[in-house]
Ligand binder design. Structure first.
Ligand code: PGA
Length: 249
């Protein structure tokens, strides 16, 4: 397993003209201890797959439906994403939890759909500012992890992304202490759920930029980043990729 995963979430940004940004990222030499992932809007997946063929950059999707097919107008299933070239899918992003009232139960079913299709699920968890200020951050994040992760699942094909809602798109990333504390907590929860020694990557997300990435990657239990705004331009994204610590010999 690469030690660091740098995942770019383009959200609802990117027309065909922006394929060039992904191409620029793909032209970057990527260290052996780093895996780079771009999650573009689903409609760009087939073109990006063709464009990035042979490169080190992997592709992911931003969401999937819990069912594999059926009468669900407007939705996209995990097998469709896999066929379009995705090998990862983000589930439970806070923007979907808030805008579409996605429950932990629904997110769990999406994870199962992702796994049925052979995709790696990136499970997003994170507290709101009110929840943090009232001292409930661990309780909320712990409950999201527990309720979204199926009992019988294995640690394979799972990535956790800790994204405090108040840090997303605000330019105000969580502090080093806050990140270390929550990642340590999630590491313990994961080892309780899956058994000790399981190396589940835990990413941090929320206002990761070129100028704070190196510091964030130096924090214990941080295995990479889920990057929104700063993943849209290759120049910004590459600065983050280059911030991954050099592998120890
Ligand atoms: P941001 O978004 O980097 O723009 O804060 C992160 C995310 O939502 O995954």
């Amino acid at each position: 397993m690469a030690e660091y995963l740098i995942a770019g979430n383009w959200k609802m940004n990117g027309l065909r003209a922006e394929l060039a940004e992904a191409e620029r990222t793909a032209a970057e030499e990527i260290a052996d201890n780093c895996r780079v992932l771009i999650c573009p809007p689903a409609v760009l997946l087939p073109q990006m797959t063709a464009l990035l063929d042979g490169s080190m950059v992997r592709l992911g999707a931003q969401d999937c439906h819990p069912e594999d097919s059926g009468a669900f107008t407007g939705d996209i299933s995990a097998p469709m994403l896999a066929e379009s070239g995705a090998s990862y899918v983000i589930v439970g992003h806070s923007e979907r939890r808030l805008s579409y009232r996605e429950s932990n139960n629904l997110v769990r079913r999406k994870m199962q759909a992702a796994w049925r299709a052979g995709l790696t699920a990136i499970l997003c968890v994170g507290e709101t500012e009110t929840e943090r200020n009232s001292g409930h951050a661990h309780a909320v994040v712990g409950q999201q992890f527990a309720e979204c992760t199926p009992e019988d699942s294995t640690a394979d094909k799972l990535v956790i992304a800790y994204e405090p809602v108040w840090a997303i798109g605000t330019g105000r990333s969580a502090s080093g202490e806050e990140i270390a504390d929550m990642h340590g907590f999630l590491r313990e929860e994961a080892s309780r759920h899956f058994g000790p020694g399981q190396e589940i990557p835990i990413l941090y997300g929320g206002s990761v930029k070129g100028d704070n990435a190196a510091e964030i990657f130096s924090i214990a239990d941080v295995n990479g980043a889920l990057v929104g705004g700063a993943s849209l331009r290759a120049a910004d994204f590459i600065r983050i990729i280059r911030s991954v610590p050099v592998a120890q010999a």
